[in-house]
Design a protein around this ligand. Structure first.
Ligand code: MV4
Length: 447
């Protein structure tokens, strides 16, 4: 097992990783920017190294500085966390070339899943259901038009380098196609330096359901069930839950086993998430994330498995500590993401937290690195914490989340706590009757 792990991240996820290491008797090195010197993750880590200025490019994306910090402190492994360098194949390769272990999959797997058209072909060949569309990249408008006419409108034009909705455009009709194609390709070129696109049939009102997998280096791969992440705004998840209220146990088992079989065939190792759109009882592969996810705690709640601990164990070459048979799903979990933002305009709201009283009691977990007196910096993502609830039933879990939200006090900055209260009071939410558009098109649309 590793003796020392360098954590190349910040905030709540850096703290989450430190906590897993600490319980495994692994020392931690927190690298941080000048803006994060007062962060809780830095305070709790065994060692810390300031690697650059506040802008991510100068610190959390500064590969030479991170590798140097690892060398100086004598770390064995580097955990990239979430975002930043976590899905950067070049970084993973450099980490290994410098003699450290990258806590994540191989650079080849990161690369393969990073190209959305390659990822789709790969998993389709291994038996995952995909959305009808072009066979890979479409080079010309004429070629795209043929594919679109063949399957019928509306279609979606997607960037192979895409993610988060960038470089993605709907063409409702043949008339719109040329313009949408150009817009998607140009946006992709500007955002990712790669204008390649592919085409899919547009699904009008799906749910976003993702399956958590984990694999070791010994050919073992298991699934840990699904998360329903349909409650989102602007491609940012707001509330997640496990299990999905839309699935039966049989569907869960079927899609989970399909996902585990897929990653086993790929020779994948580490944690990963296979995202699906789910509509009319059918699953369609969307993309695969080759990292830990923000919402991993709800999977931990319903499986009682410490995902980060297992992730570190498999990266060190150990076997998974459990079999698929031993994975038991129990109860329900919700996660509300707490953002430092205006609940009405969604504008970021950095600043000093003057009062902090987190909720507590039975069934409540708070993953956050904030404290009273802490100043939320302006340079990073607005996520400042997560309220994670366990309950024996979905209904009980929902009532407990509402109670937690009533208890929670964060003063000095604006947060989206009022937005969560509003969503949780909605009948459609209570019924589990929503799709990826419900929050924006129905819940937020009415005043
Ligand atoms: C889709 C889709 C409907 N039909 N593909 C958005 C982000 C990108 N990674 C994939 N996305 C979508 N792909 C087809 N063929 C709808 C979306 C989509 C979406 C997906 C998951 C979560 C939130 C979303 C919000 C808007 C659109």
């Amino acid at each position: 097992m590793f003796k020392k792990v360098l954590i190349a991240n910040r905030g709540e996820i850096a703290l989450r990783i430190h906590r897993a290491c600490s319980e495994m008797d692994i020392e931690t090195v927190m690298v941080h920017s000048t803006a994060d010197a007062d962060g809780m993750a830095v305070r709790l880590a065994d060692e810390s190294v300031c690697i650059g200025g506040p802008m991510a490019k100068d610190s959390y994306l500064n590969i030479p500085a991170i590798l140097t910090a690892a060398a100086i402190t004598g770390a064995d492994a580097i955990h990239p966390g979430i975002g930043f360098l976590s899905e950067n194949a070049d970084f993973a390769r450099m980490v290994e070339e410098h003699g450290f272990t990258f806590i994540g999959p191989t650079p080849e797997h990161i690369e393969q899943m990073g190209d959305k058209a390659v990822a789709k072909k790969t998993v389709k060949n291994l038996g995952l259901p995909v959305i009808e569309g072009s066979n890979g990249i479409v080079d010309t408008i004429a070629e795209g038009m043929l594919v679109a006419e063949e399957m019928g409108f509306p279609v979606l034009i997607k960037a192979v380098a895409g993610g988060g909705g960038k470089g993605m455009k709907i063409a409702e009709t043949a008339e719109e196609f040329e313009n949408s194609f150009k817009m998607a390709s140009n946006e992709a070129k500007v955002s990712f330096g790669n204008g390649d696109v592919y085409i899919e049939k547009y699904l009008k009102a799906p749910r976003h359901i993702e399956v958590q997998i984990i694999a070791d280096m010994h050919g073992n791969a298991v699934h840990l069930g699904e998360r329903d992440c349909s409650i989102q705004r602007n491609h940012q998840k707001v509330i997640e839950e496990a299990p999905s209220p839309a699935l039966t146990d049989a569907q869960r088992k079927a899609i989970g086993e399909l996902a585990a079989d897929t990653v086993r065939s790929m020779g994948y190792r580490g944690v990963g998430t296979i995202e699906f759109l789910y509509e009319d009882g059918q699953f369609y592969f969307l993309e695969m994330n080759t990292r830990l996810q923000v919402e991993h705690p709800i999977t931990e709640i319903v499986t009682s498995i410490d995902l980060v601990r297992e992730q570190i164990r498999v990266a060190a070459g150990e076997k998974l500590s459990f079999t698929q048979e031993e994975v038991k799903f129990r109860g329900h979990a919700f996660e509300c993401r707490i953002n430092a933002e205006d609940p009405e305009t969604f504008a970021p709201s950095p600043g000093k937290i003057t009062k902090y009283h987190p909720p507590g009691g039975f069934g409540i977990r708070i993953d956050s690195a904030i404290y009273e007196g802490y100043t939320v910096p302006q340079y990073y993502d607005s996520l400042i914490g997560k309220i994670i609830i366990r309950g024996s039933s979905r209904e009980g879990c929902l009532m407990r989340m509402r109670r937690a939200l009533r208890e929670c006090v964060i003063d000095g900055i604006k947060t989206n706590l009022p937005l969560h209260a509003r969503i949780l009071a909605e009948e459609k939410f209570k019924q589990g009757d929503f799709d990826i558009h419900w929050l924006e098109k129905e819940c937020l649309a009415k005043k």
